[in-house]
Design a protein around this ligand. Structure first.
Ligand code: DER
Length: 234
């Protein structure tokens, strides 16, 4: 089984939680893409009806539109029944790192408004502690004096050997999010201690808009592995 096969297996399992009449948060991720495709297929087959999608990025909005999934937004639907989205890292308490796809702000807004947030991952995303895998912990920052903000973030986690790097696009220009902001990726040599303290400390930096730690948000995590599917519930 390839990694994409596992992503698809987890995604299809999550769509089993979808019932007709639901308002759904549609995640932005190569894993969530399979779930959105599957929802579109079930709608087309008439096996699902009366679904409203709330997308977490322009990219997912385009995908949902192409599939004929009716769309709305958080202003019209401040309470969402169920969101399905991927993650970059999942710890044993179902805390997540997200944002390597650059959509963390809208994802956190939508998934924070959900009664249930089903996170779908292949087994490679499971970690003991968030942020220790040497992969990026994304932080969305305002473009104004981003170096100032990046230095504050780097200094905040200096004891974890933090390096803050501006995320660039393929042309080497700063990556710009759907919200017109930049992303500073934090690379930590040691895993973070108290995640809530780390979260609050980042959000107190004025230039920080939001970060990619999704703490106490996922209600269910579906993990697809070589040996099958496991479903972890909060
Ligand atoms: O960037 C994001 O928030 C994505 O949802 C990410 O966390 C998971 O993306 P993947 O399913 O493509 O690995």
């Amino acid at each position: 089984l390839t990694q994409d096969d596992l992503k698809k297996i987890a995604a299809y399992k999550a769509v089993e939680f979808v019932e007709s009449g639901m308002v759904l948060g549609l995640g932005t991720s190569s894993t969530a893409k399979h779930a959105v495709d599957r929802i579109g297929e079930l709608l087309r087959q008439g096996k699902l009806t009366n679904i409203v999608g709330i997308s977490t990025s322009k990219k997912t909005q385009e995908q949902a539109l192409s599939l004929g999934i009716p769309l709305s937004d958080l202003d019209a639907h401040p309470a969402i029944d169920l969101a399905i989205d991927g993650a970059d890292e999942v710890d044993p308490h179902l805390n997540l790192v997200k944002g390597r796809g650059g959509s963390l702000l809208r994802e956190k807004m939508v998934e924070g408004a959900c009664k249930k947030f089903v996170c779908i991952v292949d087994e490679s995303k499971l970690v003991k502690h968030l942020g220790g895998s040497g992969l990026a912990l994304p932080v969305e920052v305002v473009p104004f004096c981003w170096k100032f903000t990046a230095n504050k973030l780097q200094n905040l986690f200096r004891r974890s050997g933090c390096a803050a790097k501006l995320r660039n696009d393929r042309e080497g220009k700063p990556f710009v999010t759907d919200n017109g902001n930049y992303i500073v990726d934090l690379y930590l040599k040691k895993e973070l201690g108290d995640l809530h303290i780390a979260s609050d400390s980042m959000l107190r930096i004025a230039g920080v808009v939001e970060h990619g730690m999704f703490l106490d948000m996922a209600t269910t995590v579906i993990v697809a592995g070589e040996l099958g599917i496991t479903i972890e519930k909060k």
